[in-house]
Design a protein around this ligand. Structure first.
Ligand code: FAD
Length: 396
């Protein structure tokens, strides 16, 4: 292997490059990135950068103890990969050029979903990239009165919290009966709902969007709701989830099914690996084919696939983990959780909003949710990795 191409200049791709060099690979590396920027961190986009407490110079990803230049990468930024010819070992780019490889890392992440028929209007935003964030921040700076966030998933909830902390009037719309219902279940979703209400958010649950109103000159003025009412809005953010960026891989021969499907080592085809938000692989620890949209996974899986290309054959079996910051609450979830799991608070209390809740399924501990309780989350995470039974976890 002497010529590695990475598609996606973000966290998973960056960590793959870093690990290749760390492991002593000294061949060529080309990174292709659709955005014009060198790799940067996304979590602050809904938190510190959006609030204005950080400037963008804190975002770039850097290798530990080194400069980016030390990685000796040929960057092809601002141009998307548009096709893959596996037989010829070649990536086609949107500018008509081609890049050949003898090993390929697919790390092109996920892009935002939009609502059916969602128009392009000034004041109407989505949030995935630095440019999205700066456009939204500029609109929030322009003293809007009314901000509406559509979708109370983690990104929507964080944007609502940040806008509220900037002193703006915020309405948060959610089509389901509680925020984060699919991720956390009803009981824990209800806790999150109360937190938003206590901070003065106008939270409207079981409420969908029928359409958007504008002033006739392309600027958003309001949102029509499924209950027949309309709310006025100067700025709106649609946060209804993401979809893996697989379009350019259609017809390539790779298996595409809600992501790039890999084996348990993250190999998608000979000398082709996938990592981060784009990758779907069987995680033997959970007996589940999963795709994970969290920062830590992108980082770890990026490093894992680098080692995979260098001949390490270990299965990738992490206990996924993520955090979300909303107001002064730090929410962390390790493992898997779903609306159908058994849920039990084992430490602290919901009233104090400082607690640990466990998720059990089929007699096994599968997840742990902590609110302002980071250390127990990490302890239970180890128990999840060890395959601890639900009974034993509760008996601790
Ligand atoms: C606003 C925001 C806040 C977040 N906060 C948290 C948090 O608090 N905690 C947490 O755990 N996670 C958080 N995340 C999720 C985390 O940032 C992602 O899981 C992580 O960025 C995934 O990394 P990735 O490298 O797999 O993909 P991405 O970061 O999505 O990067 C993929 C890159 O590939 C590029 N690309 C796409 N298609 C092509 C193509 N055809 N050719 C070339 N390049 C292409 C994209 O433009 C992008 O730059 C947040 C995400 C966002 C957007």
């Amino acid at each position: 292997m002497n010529n590695v191409v990475v598609v996606g200049a973000s966290l998973a791709g960056f960590r793959a490059v870093e690990e290749l060099r760390h492991q002593g690979y000294d061949g060529a590396i080309t990174v292709i990135g659709a955005e014009p920027h060198l790799p940067y961190d996304r979590p602050p986009l809904s938190k510190q950068i959006l609030s204005g407490s950080w400037e963008t110079d804190r975002l770039p990803l850097t290798p530990i103890g080194k400069d980016v230049a030390d990685l000796d990468v040929s960057w092809r930024l601002g141009v998307a990969a548009s096709g893959l010819d596996l037989g010829a070992r070649q990536v086609d780019l949107a500018d008509g050029s081609h890049v050949s490889f003898d090993a390929l890392v697919i790390a092109c992440g996920a892009g935002v979903r939009t609502l059916p028929g969602q128009p392009e209007l000034a004041g109407l935003h989505t949030l995935r990239t630095l440019d999205d964030c700066l456009a939204l921040r500029a609109d929030l700076d322009a003293t809007p009165r009314r901000v509406v966030v559509v979708g109370a998933g983690f990104i929507g909830a964080e944007v609502a919290a940040t806008a509220r902390q900037r002193g703006l009037d915020v309405t948060l719309l959610e089509a389901l009966a509680t925020p984060l219902q699919r991720a956390l279940g009803d009981a824990m979703g209800a806790v999150c709902a109360d937190i938003h209400r206590d901070h003065g958010i106008d939270l409207r649950l079981s409420t969908g969007v029928d359409g958007f109103d504008d002033d006739g000159h392309g600027r958003l003025t309001g949102i029509r709701l499924s209950d027949g009412t309309t709310i006025e809005a100067d700025v709106a953010v649609v946060g209804v989830g993401v979809a893996p960026n697989t379009g350019w891989l259609e017809g390539s021969g790779l298996t595409i099914d809600n992501g790039v499907v890999c084996d348990e080592t993250c190999l998608a085809a000979p000398d082709v690996v996938a990592a981060g938000d784009i990758a779907r692989w069987p995680n033997g620890l959970f007996d589940e084919v999963m795709r994970v949209e969290h920062w830590e996974n992108a980082q770890q899986q990026g490093a894992h696939v680098a080692r995979r290309l260098l001949g390490h054959l270990d299965a990738y079996r992490p206990v996924p983990w993520f955090w979300s910051d909303q107001y002064d609450r730090k929410i962390q979830l390790a493992g898997r959780s779903s609306a159908d799991d058994e849920v039990q608070v084992v430490d602290g209390s919901i009233e104090e909003r400082r607690f640990v809740a466990l998720y059990g399924r089929a007699g096994r501990l599968v997840g742990v949710l902590g609110m302002n309780r980071p250390r127990p989350v990490m302890e239970y995470r180890q128990l999840i990795a060890a395959g601890t039974s639900w009974e034993d976890a509760l008996a601790r």
